[in-house]
Design a protein around this ligand. Structure first.
Ligand code: ATP
Ligand code: MG
Length: 447
């Protein structure tokens, strides 16, 4: 036997029983973001390596250890995107989007690649929903962004995530803070992990993000940045908190959130779940006022977040949130004998042109096996066509759920199935007609 292959470590196949749930989720995320004025952007899967080094930052784990970098056949250094912000900012500058109406709001769904140790909620290829907002410096923009993330999470059915916020100041106030931090960690130098010993020189802020338990314990006693903020940063952070309170969004200030990427300024935030293990951050983001300029654009404030879709799925599963299952076959057309089988086949194609999910036999099976297949795929209706039916022009339409049959003209099968499906939907709708049922109904009518 030939050797079988398995997917590379840290990657996942998304099988049909799950892909529909993803599609539902992705549609919801986009719809909610659109209501906040976001429009989708699609960027390349790979970029010039330099782009990530400059934007994400050399001292970060992402750039230092996790990038999939290779030389292409033209000798260029190429990197598979580890996140979406850098490419989005590059595209916005390159295509002059920042010269248009402000704020500019862009969102995306994309795969990201990071060479990490695979575990629950941590993959080497993972998927993010992300948004970026440019041109708004006011704390109201931070508040709107966090409201969007919260609204998306509750909009897909997630409950009880905690919102943690922090301010990491601006380059001015951070300078003084970094000195305090460096002095503090210097006094614990021998206990720090090797990576953090290096970080002490390059960027001591990174130590606050270390996952090693010893470093984490040392961080507990570290000076907190909110005590070192300059007046402007302090006021920005105060106003953000005021907005969050006014929007009824409970939060905690967590001075240890610094985020993994270098480009953040002022606000940083995470939505965290306690239900999916160590990788509990479902959504993380913040403000990056210096990034656009750093990447060669005019000085433009910016902010955004990334939401890990695998982690979001884990939370939805942990909380038992049911996502809609893939709609099943509407009608199965069984055929007995050549002439009737041919008619069943052609009718199935016609019904599909009308938007119904219709199937007929493609495997030369007998009637019993065809009906078994119809049952297996969960067909809502089934019809058997034989010589007799062809002659009379009518057939028995079987409701596979109730077992009930009705005689219908062969030409009227499509209409009968559509009516039956609509009736069933109306029955399913209870007194408290909710939005979801209504949208299902309209979805069905559009068929
Ligand atoms: P973590 O601290 O968990 O490593 P991060 O700070 O590196 O996260 P970001 O770069 O902010 O993460 O990415 C945004 C979101 O993408 C994270 O909050 C998480 O939900 C998701 N994410 C990040 N890395 C991975 C990964 N390797 N596998 C799955 N999801 C991930
Ligand atoms: Mg990480």
């Amino acid at each position: 036997m030939a050797q079988k292959f398995s997917a590379p470590r840290g990657t996942q196949d998304l099988l049909p029983q799950d892909s529909y749930k993803w599609r539902f989720l992705e549609r919801r995320l986009m719809e909610i973001a659109e209501a906040y004025g976001y429009r989708e952007i699609r960027i390349p899967t790979f970029e010039h390596t330099e782009l990530f080094i400059r934007s994400v930052g050399e001292s970060t784990d992402v750039v230092g250890k996790e990038m999939y970098t290779f030389e292409d056949k033209g000798g260029r250094s190429i990197t598979l995107r580890p996140e979406g912000t850098a490419g989005t900012v590059r595209a916005a500058i390159e295509h002059g989007l920042l010269a248009g109406a402000m704020p500019l709001r862009l969102c995306y769904l994309l795969s990201c690649f990071r060479y990490e140790k695979p575990q629950a909620g941590r993959l080497r290829e993972f998927h993010q929903f992300g948004v970026e907002c440019f041109g708004a410096a006011d704390a109201a923009a931070d508040a709107e962004l966090i409201h969007l993330a919260g609204n998306i999470l509750s909009g897909v059915g997630v409950r009880d995530l905690s919102l943690e916020i922090n301010s990491i100041g601006c380059p001015t106030c951070r300078k003084a803070y970094l000195e305090k931090l460096r002095a503090y960690f210097q006094s614990h130098y021998d206990e720090l992990c090797d990576t953090c010993k290096g970080r002490l020189e390059t960027n001591p802020l990174r130590i606050l993000d270390c996952k090693s338990p010893v470093c984490k314990a040392i961080c507990e006693g570290a000076p907190v940045i909110v005590d070192s903020l300059c007046d402007d940063c302090k006021e920005h952070f105060r106003r953000l908190q005021e907005y969050l309170t006014a929007m009824d969004m409970p939060f905690t200030v967590n001075p240890h959130i610094v985020r993994g990427l270098d480009y953040y300024t002022r606000t940083v935030f995470e939505f965290v779940s306690g239900q999916i293990g160590a990788q509990g951050t479902v959504c993380g983001g913040g403000r990056y006022d210096g990034l656009v300029e750093e990447m060669g654009g005019n000085p433009t404030p910016g902010l955004g977040f990334g939401m890990g879709l695998e982690r979001l799925m884990l939370v939805l599963e942990a909380q038992g949130v049911e996502l809609p299952a893939q709609p099943t076959c509407d009608v199965y057309l069984a055929g007995i004998g050549d002439a009737a089988s041919r008619r069943a086949f052609l009718l199935a194609q016609e019904l599909k042109e009308d938007g119904l999910h219709a199937q007929s036999d493609l495997c030369g099976r007998g009637l019993k096996a065809q009906m078994k297949y119809a049952d297996k795929i969960g067909a809502k209706y089934a019809v058997v066509l034989g010589d007799e039916e062809l002659q009379s022009g009518t057939a028995n339409l079987k409701n596979m759920l109730t077992g009930e049959t009705t005689q219908v003209p062969i030409d009227g099968i499509g209409a009968a199935v559509t009516d039956g499906i609509m009736d069933r939907m109306l029955d399913e709708m209870t007194d408290d007609v909710d939005k979801e049922a209504l949208s299902k109904l309209f979805g069905g009518m559009m068929k």
